[in-house]
Design a protein around this ligand. Structure first.
Ligand SMILES: [Zn+2]
Length: 323
């Protein structure tokens, strides 16, 4: 069970709420069915999930999350997730096991964000040029993660097709799951990455997904402040202070500006009315629906950024349309 996860079926201990301090910049804790409740989970074919995987020596097949899902327990829908040769049941919404992970796992949420911001890099042009442009804007690591995501989706599609051809909602046994997996993996290996244009098409659809997921902003506000650093130095200082990627961006309205995202919070710093290089700056903040931090905590994080910049006279600012 991942650290900090909560079981949706266990009664909550009220003292756990007050004693657990709210951490600034925390994603919502994942909902994971505890081991005691997980015993009763059933697959769509009516079999007990725990029986199907009981005593199986190896659970590290990449196909199992697609072949042994979804499960239901105590009226809750969940997704069997396999890790370190064990399993747990993730009770998050999603179209399939991978989608459920994509919606709730910090690694994947942080992967989707630069893709949402730079989605337009993939709108046109030859595939390799688009990937190069994305890498230049968001960083080589961001591109690697996006390619990893595209590969995972490709694999998911193959498993979905395999079950559809068999006319089954899930595999009936671990042996059958291993048989289907062997066939799908052989097919995937023969196909390789596919053409670079196919890869681009996959990345485009992921970029649309990222945009719609992370565009769900709950509230926005702004803090005006003064700072003597020009934009480029300001961005370098923020990256050094936070260790987060701060993107160099520009728009007609804001000129050169920088933005970053952490745990469902979005930050944007610009000089809307001046040269783009201060000294009058605006820090715009947003909380997306994925952010577990209160506005007060996000505000605290924002004020910490201004302090790190040697900023002066923070005061409430005005913010227009977030985009
Ligand atoms: Zn429980």
């Amino acid at each position: 069970m991942p650290q900090g996860a909560v079981c949706p079926l266990c009664p909550r201990d009220p003292s756990a709420w007050s004693s657990a301090p709210e951490r600034p910049g925390a994603w919502h804790p994942q909902r994971v069915v505890c081991a005691a409740h997980a015993c009763d989970a059933e697959l769509p074919n009516g079999k007990r999930f725990a029986d199907v995987v009981h005593g199986v020596p190896s659970l590290d097949s990449p196909g199992l999350p697609y072949l042994l899902n979804p499960v239901r327990v105590g009226g809750v829908a969940a997704w069997a997730t396999f890790a370190a040769n064990g399993w747990y049941l993730l009770a998050e919404m999603g179209d399939d096991a991978f989608d459920a992970v994509l919606r709730s796992d910090a690694y994947w949420l942080d992967t989707l964000w630069p893709l949402a911001v730079h989605a337009e890099r993939f709108d046109s042009g030859p595939a390799l040029a688009a990937m190069h442009a994305f890498s230049a804007a968001a960083g080589a690591d961001a591109l690697q993660r996006v390619l990893e995501l595209a590969r995972a989706q490709h694999r998911r599609d193959h498993y979905r097709d395999a079950l559809r051809r068999l006319g089954k909602p899930c595999a009936d046994s671990i042996d059958e799951a291993h048989e289907i997996a062997a066939e799908v993996e052989t097919r995937l290996a023969a196909e390789g990455e596919g053409s670079v244009d196919e890869l681009l098409a996959r990345i485009r659809s992921l970029a649309q997904l990222a945009r719609s997921r992370l565009g769900a902003i709950e509230e926005t506000w702004a803090i005006d402040f003064d700072c003597d650093l020009p934009m480029q130095a300001l961005r370098a200082r923020l990256a050094e202070h936070t260790g987060w990627p701060w993107l160099a961006r520009d728009s007609d309205r804001l000129g050169d500006y920088t933005s970053s995202s952490r745990a469902g919070m979005l930050f944007k710093i610009y000089d809307e009315h001046g040269s783009g290089n201060g000294p009058g700056y605006t820090l715009a903040l947003a909380r997306t629906i994925y952010c577990a931090s209160s506005r007060a905590h996000a505000d605290e994080v924002g004020k910490g950024l201004i302090t790190a910049l040697g900023g002066r006279s923070p005061r409430p600012g005005r913010i227009g349309d977030w985009r």
